[in-house]
Design a protein around this ligand. Structure first.
Ligand code: CU1
Ligand code: CU1
Length: 288
């Protein structure tokens, strides 16, 4: 039977407590930091050579789908009742409401150094020291809404702009494409500054601190954010049933994206699965 991923605002106090407890136990065992490391190692951009599996690429969605499943499986080995909740940032837009409460993720960082000082992931608890990082800080940081240079969360209209595009992705399959559901959702725009960050990317920027860059997994909100991104992919799939993951075949030798993107039936590293096999998760989980 498929298990259910819930809207984080609907979790009971007991469900919130069990989710947090499972995360802390994973961290204590050192398993959580392996997820952070994996994400850092797969943070390959357009500008670098080589295969892109996780970002700026069609497989952004299946890569993170599988990544979330790995984390969720690890949590469920600790507590079988736990699933990853999703944060609908088009609706829950306050920096003090859900999921930023003291019994779940804690709040924004303090003004001096952005250190998170409330909730279960505050440095002072001793339970959430960052070990895999791209900066020197070993404490979790956040700057919800970017106090000095405010930025707004994406709106329902922004998301609709992505969902209504019937084409999954377009050549050259990178951060520069202006059409296709994948990049409209992943959110690499043109121009500089805030206008260039849309939907998924904009949320990383709105949270700020650790959520900016390759080590973003250090903030547990990463999973709630990506569960919602994954839910949006299922909504797109349901709306455009005749459309699927693209490219369906690998780019040809001699073209710019040859061996740089994963086609529908190619293995999606580091896993032994293809985007094709990750399109339908209906037998594993569903969203409430
Ligand atoms: Cu990512
Ligand atoms: Cu992300």
């Amino acid at each position: 039977m498929a298990y259910v991923r819930k809207d984080v605002t609907t979790l009971t106090a007991a469900e919130r407590r069990r989710f947090v407890r499972a995360l802390l136990e994973l961290k204590r065992r050192g398993e959580y930091d392996a997820f952070v490391r994996m994400h850092i190692d797969h943070y390959v951009t357009d500008g670098e050579g080589g295969l892109r599996t996780a970002h700026m690429t069609p497989s952004f969605l299946p890569w993170h789908r599988r990544f979330l499943l790995e984390l969720e499986n690890a949590l469920r080995r600790i507590d079988p009742s736990v699933t990853v909740p999703y944060w609908d940032w088009t609706r829950d837009r306050s920096a003090t409401g859900s999921p930023w409460t003291p019994d779940l993720l804690g709040g924004t960082g303090r003004s001096t150094d952005r250190r998170v000082t409330t909730g279960p992931f505050a440095y002072s608890t001793g339970a959430w020291t960052l070990r895999e990082t791209i900066t020197d800080e070993d404490f979790l940081t956040r700057d919800l809404g970017r106090s000095r240079d405010p930025i707004a969360l994406p709106t329902a209209a922004d998301v609709e702009g992505a969902l209504k595009d019937p084409v999954y992705d377009v050549s050259p399959w990178n951060s520069t494409v202006t059409r296709g559901f994948r990049n409209r959702l992943e959110g690499w725009g043109t121009g500089s500054g805030p206008v260039a960050w849309r939907n998924h990317n904009r949320v990383h920027r709105w949270v700020g601190g650790a959520m900016v860059g390759g080590a973003s997994v250090n903030d547990p909100v990463f999973w709630l954010h990506h569960a919602f991104v994954d839910l949006l992919w299922t909504r797109w799939q349901n709306r455009h049933r005749e459309h699927r993951y693209l490219p369906d075949r690998p780019p040809l030798p001699g073209t710019s994206q040859y061996r740089r993107v994963v086609a529908r039936h190619e293995k999606l590293k580091p896993w032994n699965m293809t985007p094709d096999q990750l399109e339908d998760m209906g037998s594993v989980y569903r969203y409430a």
